[in-house]
Design a binder for this molecule. Structure first.
Ligand code: SF4
Length: 940
C-alpha cells in the first residue's frame, strides 16, 4: 500500500525481466509487460465487469478453492487496486466474441486494444525478489493429496481460514463442508527430504503451522490438533514462546514422528506413524494439513540466465554467508525467499538491506529524479462538524464477531455524522480512495474510522485526509478489532455494544478536533553507531558509503566483536579475511570516525538532533548527530552447570573453535559430547539462541575433517539447522556424527571422577541410560545481550524481558525502535548467525539514512503546548517529562515552560500534572477527553 502510494515507485505489473545489460551504476533492464486489458488508471475496482462476465475461472489466489471471473482482482488489498482480464479465458481475446464487460464499465476502463510492450529502463542497481515456488503435486501425492479431498496444503488451509477466502473464514472440510473436529498437521512436506528433491529445511513451516493451528483453536476451541514433526524449528525472536503458548494455552499436541502413510477409512483419514520410542500407531483425523515447504521459483533458471547471476545447488540465488545480499553479479542484489527460505521479518530486513546496497551504488545521483508528493491546500474547517464514519469488517477478523452493519447504522444516528459506511478492508487502496471521495462528496471536515490498531494503519487513513485537503489531525480512529472482536471473540452481542460505545465516544471527540500544524525539524546529517562488531561495522560502512558521516563507538580496544573469535563459517568462507577487509575499509573511510575503548556517557536529543558525550581515554568528546544505530552485540551465556568452569574438559563451542584452529590440537581429541541448549530454552535463558545448532554442526564437521577418528555425539532437544544449514547437518550424520535426542525434563548429567569427565543421558529410542567418558564436553551455551540497560534508559527505548532491544513492529518495522531516529541490528536485537546480522545491519543503515538524506523530519503534531499566560513557571513539567521534551525559558524576566516538539512523544504526563492546566495536548485536549467520557455515559 505504501509502495503503491509513493510517487517515486512505478509499479509494473504483469511484467518480467527480459535482459540486463551493463554494469553496476549503469544497467539497461529490458522489461516485457503483458497487457491487463483494463486501464489501471481508470479502473475504480467497482467489480461491475465481473458481475456481467459469463466466464468463470479458477481463483488462483484462493488456491483453486473458489472461482472468480475472467476480469478480476486477486484480493481486496491488491496494489494497484485495479482489475485485470485473464487472457487465457476471456471469450473476446480467444474467440473474438462477447465484450459484455465493455459497456458495463462506467469508468470506460476495459481496453482490449492494449498490447504487450517492452520497456528499456536505465537503472543503477537491480534487486531480485521473485519470491518462492511451490512443492510439486507429485511430491504431495505421496501424502494422499489429490486423492483425498480432505488432505489440503497449508497454503490452501490459510485460504480456508481467511475471511476473504472461499468459505469466508469458516473452517470446513472440502469433501462435505463439515467442521473438522480433529486435524493433523504434517511438517516437512517437500522439505528435509531428498526423495522430494529438497534436502534443505524451509525454515518457516513450523512457525506458520503453529500460527494456523492456534487460529483454528481460537475459532473452534474443541478441535483436536496434532502436529507431526521431526524437529520443532522455532528459533526466531519470540517463536519458542508462541510454541509454548500453543501447547499450554491452546492444547496443541506435538508428536515427534514422520507419518508413514495416509489412507481413507469411511470419511476419515487414517495416519500411521511410529513414535520416538519405536511404537507403531494408527490414528484417525477429519482433515490433514500438509505443511508445504518453499521451493525455488519456477523460473529461477531463466531469471538467473537473464540477470547474469548464479544459482546454488537448490536453484536459489547463490550468495555467500558474509555477503548475504549480493548475487554473483555486482550491482545485482537479492532479497527474500529467492535467497533462501525465510519468514516475513527476515525478508523485510533483507529488502531494506538491499535498498541500502542500492543506495550506495546510487549515492552520486541521490535526489536527482525524486518526485515530491504534493498535497492540495488545506481547506478551511467550518465550525459546524460534518463527520464521516467508516467501519471496517477486516474480513471476519472484526466482522466475524462485531455486527458491522449494526455499528454503521448506529453511527449514522449520532449527531453531526453525515455519512456512515462499512468496508470489507478499510486499509485497501480503493477504500483509501473511497475515504477521499466520501470527504469530497459529503463536504466532510472530520473522519472517524473504526478498524484495527492505529499503530499500523492510522498514517494511511490520515494520508487519505491530506489527499482530500483536510488536516490529518481531523481524524479519529477506533480500534474495534483488539478492543472488541479479539477480546470478546465469544460474546458477539457485547462486542457489538462495546463497538457502539467506542464509536459514540470517538464521534464526541471528533466534533472538537481542530487542525494542528505540520512541523519539521532539521537533521544533522551524521550517524552514531554504537558497537564495533560485524553489525556495527557493516552499518557504519553502509551509512558512509551512502554519503553520510558516521561516528563508530566501540567499548573494547579493537573492532570485530564476536567475529574475531570465529575461525570458520559453515559454508567454508574465511571470517578472518572478511574481518580484516571490513576493518580496513572502516578505519580508512574518510566519512567514518572510529572510537575504540570508548563508552557512551550521555545521549540526549531527538531524531535529527542528538547530542552525545563519548568517554574516550583522555577525557570526553561531545558529538552531534541525527540518528543512532544500536549494534551493541552480545556474548556467550555463562552457564554454571555441567561442570563448566570447574572441569578443564568442559568447554563452550567458541572455546572448541579456538582449539580447532590448531590441527595438531584437534588430533588429540578422541570422543566429544556436545550438549545443545545448555542453559537455554526454559533454563537460565527462556529463548533459543538460533545459532548454536549451526555452530555444533560446524565444529563437528571441522573436528571430523581434522581427526576423522574422533567420535562426536551431539545431545539435542531439536536440531535447528534451518534453511541450507540442513545440508551440513546431513553431512555431519553421513560423516558419523551421532545425534541423540534428550528431553528437557531429563537433561544429560556431567560428572567428574578421577580427573575424567563423564556424560550420562537417556537414549529415548532404546529407553536406556548411556554413559560416555569423552575427552571434551562442549556446551552450546547460547547468547545473551551486552549490558545495555543504561543506554536504553538514556535513549528511552524499550527492552524485551531478556534485555534485547524491542523493535517497533516485528514484521513491518524490524529495525526501528519506538523512539524515532534510533535503529537496532545484530545480536542487540536477538541472537542470530553472522549472515543475518549483516543483512540486518544493512537494513538499519537503510532506515537510518532516510532522515539523513531528507535533511528534515516531520514531527508528529500530537505534542504538548503551553499556554504561557497560564504557566507559572513551577518546573513540575520539566522535572517529570521522561523525554526531556519540555524546558523552562525566560520570557519577560519570568520562567515559562516550552515544548521541544521534536522530543515530545505526546505522553501527556506534563499536561496531567500541570497545577494551572496551562499545558494541553494536541489531539487530546481536556475538552476532547471530557467529551469522550461524557459520551461513554450518555447515548449520543
Ligand atoms: S470480454 Fe466477455 S469474457 Fe472477456 S472479460 Fe469481458 S465479459 Fe468477460
Amino acid at each position: 500500500m505504501e509502495a503503491g502510494r509513493s510517487p517515486n515507485i512505478k509499479i509494473l505489473t504483469n511484467a518480467g525481466l527480459e535482459s540486463l545489460e551493463g554494469e553496476a551504476g549503469n544497467f539497461t533492464a529490458r522489461i516485457h509487460r503483458e497487457p491487463r486489458f483494463i486501464d489501471e488508471d481508470l479502473c475504480t475496482a467497482c467489480g461491475q465487469c465481473t458481475m456481467y462476465c459469463p466466464v468463470f475461472v479458477t481463483d488462483g489466489y484462493n488456491e483453486g478453492l473458489a472461482i472468480t471471473k475472467a476480469p478480476h482482482k486477486d484480493y481486496a488489498q491488491a496494489v494497484p487496486a485495479a482489475f485485470y482480464i485473464d487472457p487465457k479465458k476471456c471469450l473476446f481475446l480467444n474467440h473474438e466474441t462477447c465484450q459484455i464487460c465493455v459497456p458495463t464499465c462506467q469508468a470506460k476502463a476495459i481496453d482490449f486494444s492494449q498490447k504487450e510492450e517492452w520497456l528499456d529502463l536505465n537503472v543503477g542497481a537491480v534487486i531480485l525478489a521473485p519470491g518462492f515456488g511451490r512443492i510439486s503435486d507429485e511430491v504431495l501425492s505421496k501424502y494422499g493429496y489429490g486423492r483425498f479431498p480432505d488432505v489440503v496444503t497449508s497454503l490452501e488451509f490459510e485460504r480456508i481460514m481467511c475471511a476473504s477466502g472461499p468459505s469466508k473464514g469458516e473452517i470446513i472440510r472440502p469433501s462435505d463442508g463439515k467442521h473438522p473436529k480433529k486435524i493433523a498437521f504434517l511438517q516437512c512436506i517437500g522439505s528435509r527430504d531428498l526423495t522430494s528433491g529438497n534436502g534443505y529445511c524451509s525454515s518457516v513451516c513450523c512457525m506458520y503451522s503453529i500460527k494456523e493451528a492456534t487460529i483454528v483453536k481460537e475459532h473452534a476451541p474443541d478441535t483436536d490438533i496434532c502436529l507431526f514433526y521431526m524437529d520443532m524449528r522455532t528459533p526466531g525472536k519470540g517463536f519458542d514462546a508462541s510454541r509454548q503458548r500453543a501447547r499450554e494455552q491452546y492444547g496443541l499436541t506435538f508428536i515427534r514422528s514422520r507419518v508413514a502413510g495416509i489412507s481413507e477409512i469411511d470419511d476419515r483419514l487414517r495416519l500411521s506413524y511410529v513414535d520416538r520410542r519405536g511404537h507403531h500407531h494408527e490414528e484417525d483425523f477429519d482433515m490433514v494439513v500438509l505443511s508445504v515447504g518453499l521451493e525455488s521459483p519456477d523460473d529461477a533458471q531463466k531469471l538467473a540466465k537473464v540477470a547474469g547471476i548464479k544459482l546454488n545447488e537448490h536453484d536459489f540465488c547463490r550468495t555467500q554467508t558474509l555477503l548475504p545480499l549480493s548475487t554473483t553479479r555486482p550491482g545485482v542484489y537479492v532479497a527474500g525467499a529467492f535467497q533462501g527460505p525465510k519468514d516475513i521479518p527476515e525478508s523485510v530486513m533483507q529488502a531494506m538491506g538491499t535498498a541500502a546496497a542500492a543506495a550506495e551504488v546510487l549515492r552520486e545521483v541521490r535526489g536527482t529524479a525524486i518526485v515530491k508528493k504534493e498535497y492540495p491546500p488545506e481547506m478551511e474547517v467550518a465550525p459546524e462538524p460534518r463527520i464521516g464514519v467508516l467501519v471496517c469488517h477486516c474480513g471476519i477478523n472484526i466482522g466475524g464477531v462485531v455486527n458491522v452493519p449494526e455499528v454503521v447504522e448506529y453511527a449514522a444516528t449520532l449527531d453531526n455524522v453525515v455519512s456512515a459506511d462499512g468496508s470489507l478492508y478499510a486499509c485497501s487502496q480503493d477504500s483509501q480512495k473511497g475515504i477521499k471521495d466520501m470527504i469530497e462528496k459529503h463536504n466532510l471536515n472530520r473522519v472517524v474510522v473504526a478498524a484495527c490498531t492505529p499503530r499500523t494503519h492510522e498514517p494511511s487513513f490520515q494520508e487519505a485526509l491530506r489527499d482530500a485537503g483536510l488536516n490529518r489531525c481531523l481524524f479519529e480512529m477506533v480500534n474495534i478489532r483488539d478492543q472488541c472482536s479479539w477480546v470478546h471473540a465469544h460474546e458477539p452481542a457485547e462486542a457489538t455494544a462495546k463497538a457502539k460505545d467506542l464509536m459514540r465516544m470517538a464521534v464526541a471527540k471528533a466534533r472538537l478536533l481542530y487542525p494542528l500544524p505540520e512541523q519539521t525539524v532539521p537533521v544533522i546529517p551524521k550517524a552514531l553507531v554504537i558497537g564495533g562488531g560485524i553489525a556495527g561495522m557493516t552499518a557504519a560502512l553502509s551509512i558512509a558509503e551512502q554519503g553520510f558521516d558516521c561516528f563508530l563507538v566501540e567499548k573494547s580496544a579493537q573492532l570485530g566483536g564476536n567475529l574475531r573469535r570465529l575461525n570458520t563459517v559453515l559454508t567454508g568462507e574465511d571470517p578472518k579475511q572478511l574481518l580484516s577487509e571490513i576493518e580496513d575499509k572502516v578505519r580508512s573511510h574518510p566519512r567514518i570516525r572510529v572510537y575504540t575503548s570508548a563508552g557512551i556517557e550521555d545521549i540526549s536529543g531527538y531524531i535529527g538532533n542528538f547530542s552525545t558525550t563519548i568517554n574516550v581515554e583522555d577525557g570526553t568528546e561531545q558529538i552531534g548527530h541525527g540518528v543512532v544505530v544500536l549494534a551493541t552485540g552480545g556474548k556467550e551465556h555463562q552457564v554454571s552447570k555441567y561442570l563448566y568452569g570447574q572441569s578443564k574438559q568442559v568447554l563452550t563451542q567458541l572455546e572448541l573453535e579456538k582449539i580447532l584452529s590448531s590441527p595438531e590440537e584437534a588430533t588429540k581429541i578422541h570422543d566429544v559430547v556436545m550438549i545443545q541448549c545448555a542453559g537455554s530454552r526454559g533454563d537460565d535463558l527462556s529463548y533459543c539462541s538460533k545459532l548454536c545448532c549451526g555452530q555444533a554442526v560446524k565444529n563437528s564437521l571441522k573436528l571430523k575433517e581434522l581427526n576423522p577418528k574422533a567420535n562426536v555425539y551431539v545431545l539435542y532437544r531439536d536440531i535447528r539447522t534451518y534453511g541450507f544449514m540442513e545440508d551440513y547437518y546431513r553431512q555431519a550424520r553421513e560423516k558419523g556424527v551421532v545425534f541423540v535426542e534428550y528431553e528437557s525434563s531429563n537433561p544429560p548429567v556431567v560428572s567428574e571422577e578421577g580427573g575424567r569427565v563423564a556424560v550420562e543421558f537417556t537414549d529415548i529410542l532404546l529407553g536406556e541410560k548411556v554413559k560416555i567418558e569423552p575427552s571434551l564436553v562442549v556446551l552450546s551455551v547460547g547468547v545473551v545481550p551486552s549490558d545495555v540497560e543504561g543506554l536504553a534508559k538514556m535513549l528511552k527505548v524499550p527492552l524485551t524481558a531478556d534485555n534485547f532491544f524491542l523493535e517497533a513492529h516485528v514484521k513491518l518495522r524490524p529495525v526501528e525502535l519506538a523512539v524515532a531516529g534510533v535503529y537496532v541490528c545484530g545480536l542487540a536485537h536477538s541472537p542470530k548467525p553472522v549472515d543475518e546480522s549483516i543483512s540486518q545491519a544493512k537494513a538499519a543503515s537503510a532506515k537510518a539514512c532516510i532522515p539523513l538524506a531528507k535533511g528534515v523530519v516531520a514531527v508528529e503534531p500530537i505534542v504538548s503546548s503551553v499556554d504561557k499566560d497560564k504557566c507559572i513557571g513551577c518546573g513540575i513539567c520539566e522535572s517529570l517529562c521522561p523525554f526531556k521534551a519540555i524546558r523552562l525559558v525566560k520570557a519577560d524576566k519570568k520562567k515559562k515552560a516550552e515544548t521541544i516538539a521534536a522530543s515530545c512523544k505526546g505522553c501527556g504526563i506534563c499536561a496531567s500534572h500541570c497545577p494551572t492546566m496551562a499545558i494541553s495536548m494536541g489531539g487530546f485536549t481536556n475538552e476532547e477527553i471530557v467529551a469522550q467520557i461524557r459520551a461513554f455515559g450518555g447515548s449520543h
